[in-house]
Design a binder for this molecule. Sequence first.
Ligand SMILES: Nc1ncnc2c1ncn2[C@@H]1O[C@H](COP(=O)(O)OP(=O)(O)OP(=O)(O)O)[C@@H](O)[C@H]1O
Length: 238
Amino acid sequence: MNAPAIEISGLTKRFGSFEAVHDVSFTAEAGRITGFLGPNGAGKSTTLRMLLGLVRPDTGTAYISGRPYRDLPSPARTVGAVIDSAAAHPSMTARDHLRTACALSGLPAARIDDVLAAVRAEDFSDRRIGAFSTGMRQRLSLATALLGEPEILVLDEPSNGLDPFGIAWLRGFLRDFVAGGRTVLLSSHVLSEVQQTIDDVVVIDRGRIRWRGSVSDLPDDQDLEQAFLSLLDEGARR
Ligand SMILES: Nc1ncnc2c1ncn2[C@@H]1O[C@H](COP(=O)(O)OP(=O)(O)OP(=O)(O)O)[C@@H](O)[C@H]1O
């Protein structure tokens, strides 16, 4: 069997005396969408940032395609990430932003029209980012992540700010993305939005993994939101 596309083992991160992430381990497999789910402050972003080499773990390892992010020979061609969709410069247009991103990652500018079309952002590609709605910013971030034609997408709260049409579109986009054997790891705290999108679930609460499994393993009479809330209740009583 091939190694998992993403493999996280024993990650722990403290900020001062506060332990934000404790001994977190899970995998995300090729051909599947893995949902990394938990309430606000659970440790999702910190874990994804450690995976992408943006935060140094105290202990543990995080591998993408078998290597730590910093050791990937061509990171942008391996993994596309959306971590902070507000990071783009407000005076640039979407197209300028993508041109800069291509230059920084050594990618051909010929990709720009493809990714704008892929996220259906052609209509606002020449407008200034400062005037974008949150949903437009999310699409631009996703377009940026797609520039290197990566096999793996890591998305922190990708449906934030999307309207119901945007959420339905994103679901279809991600399903198509993994259909050919590529991998998606996405975080969310809005379970109702991801229930129909994901294949596998990793639940984190107060820095600890509470449950890992496939959506199809959930009891028939429980939807993801119910299962999630009862898991968190159990965790709180412990
Ligand atoms: N740089 C930092 N310094 C101190 N504390 C931090 C830092 N980054 C995160 N934390 C704390 O670590 C905990 C986990 O934060 P994190 O952003 O990983 O949660 P999250 O699950 O992504 O939450 P949300 O759904 O609200 O985005 C929070 O209590 C947060 O305040």
